[in-house]
Design a protein around this ligand. Sequence first.
Ligand SMILES: Nc1ncnc2c1ncn2[C@@H]1O[C@H](COP(=O)(O)OP(=O)(O)O)[C@@H](O)[C@H]1O
Ligand SMILES: [Mg+2]
Length: 270
Amino acid sequence: MTLALAGVGYRYAGSRRPALLDIDLELRDGTVVGVVGASESGKTTLCLVASGLAPRTVGGQVRGRIALDGEDVDAWPMHRLSERIGIGFANPATQLSQVAATVFEEVAFGPMNLAVERGEVIERTWSALETLGIAELAERDPRRLSGGQQQLVAMAGLLAMRPQHLILDEPTAQLDPAGTRLVGDAIARLAADGASILVTEQKTDLLAAVADQVLALREGRVALRGPAHDVLRDSALAELGVAEPSTVRLGRLLAAAGVASERYEAALHD
Ligand SMILES: Nc1ncnc2c1ncn2[C@@H]1O[C@H](COP(=O)(O)OP(=O)(O)O)[C@@H](O)[C@H]1O
Ligand SMILES: [Mg+2]
């Protein structure tokens, strides 16, 4: 299963300049594509367009071709796309159902809407809560949690739906290092289970851990792309306003200090 964008461009309604231009992207089963870029480079817009929310609910004008498993999705309504593509945004409050009284109900909401059988909903819900380290929050009111906890709840909700394609816009923006690690683990686990995942992140350490491919945006265009391992150590990243992963920085500092960086990187990966 593949979500593919070919020559995709996008312009917000009322805007003269396109926010995205000439985007080619293939999201294949079991792979994680990371997206980096300075603020305003188009990361969120790419998530809106790839998920179909733009133009369906956001408006604006899309060009180019977007296909799911070779089938053009132009005419698909949002509810049909939502069955195949899960979407998570940086602000978790906007993702909560606002109707669930407990975290458990909140997480169960998605699979229940997909008409998953009751026993399996319960099993998926506990499994998602445990993966994200929030099983002890099951009985709490989701509206009364911290932003970080709400983000983990929103991620658990996505996990429980077992989406084939997942699009995450800065999912760890509100999380501390421990929460960030849990989200990283969840992404890796979903990909290992066969999902394809597009994730935008400022935290290149997280992408270094989970991404197969990385694409860097500049002013709505792809400025760099390739295997995560290569792109994340490309010196051009700094000019794109993207921080290098700490392993890369450490290697560079060690090299500058005259220590063979390969040995240290090998040690880091042991
Ligand atoms: N609702 C909107 N209407 C018009 N322009 C927008 C809107 N949202 C974002 N933009 C513009 O689109 C470009 C890309 O923004 P965005 O996708 O939010 O970037 P990022 O997520 O990388 O910070 C920016 O120039 C931004 O000003
Ligand atoms: Mg953004």
